[in-house]
Design a protein around this ligand. Structure first.
Ligand code: NI
Length: 184
């Protein structure tokens, strides 16, 4: 089932989300719905706050954007109760966007490598290291469950430039080809 994506301005996007436990109701259908919603909107990642749930869960699929022959470098995975252990490597800029903030993109500086602990869909714990695009998507989605949006990490000048566009999004004055839930 495709769920509406909560737009910039929705308070849930600014909340620090909470851990869930193994008896969270209908978790497997929730995860399936999140994938469906993400693919429908042509995204590579989607975090639970973006569908209105303040829980520590996100899904991602970078296999769909890897070059032919390099699909195995991508990951398709749900992260439950993730905890960032460490970020290392060089800090690099990369242009990000977000399904909750349509039509806005901007360079965000982040370390290249992330070490992360999380539970899979069977609630088995994993500690893994990711780099490149995989790390980038994990960092962006992880920020969502911390109540942080990529636009807060843009350079001051860029923040100025997108101010009006953000106001328009908050009010629902934006063209988008997937279902969204606006505050205004
Ligand atoms: Ni996002």
């Amino acid at each position: 089932m495709i769920l509406p994506i909560f737009a910039f301005g929705q308070p849930v996007l600014k909340k620090k989300a909470l851990d869930i436990d193994a008896d969270y109701p209908d978790l497997s259908s929730l995860i399936a719905n999140m994938y469906e919603t993400m693919y429908h909107a042509h995204g590579v990642g989607l975090a639970a706050p973006q569908i209105g749930l303040s829980i520590r869960l996100f899904v991602m699929d970078t296999m769909q954007v890897m070059e032919e022959g390099e699909k195995e470098k991508g990951i398709k995975k749900a992260f439950i109760n993730p905890e960032k252990i460490e970020e290392t490597g060089e800090i690099k800029p990369y242009e990000e966007g977000c399904l909750s903030i349509p039509q806005i993109r901007g360079d965000v500086d982040r370390p290249e490598i992330i070490h992360i602990k999380y539970l899979d869909e069977q609630f088995v714990e994993h500690i893994e290291t990711y780099e490149g695009l995989n790390a980038r998507v994990i960092q962006h989605e992880y920020d969502h469950i911390e109540g942080l949006l990529f636009i807060e990490k843009l350079k001051p000048l860029k923040k100025q430039l997108i101010k009006r566009k953000l106001d328009a999004i908050r009010k629902g004055q934006v063209e988008v080809d997937y279902r969204m839930k606006f505050v205004g």
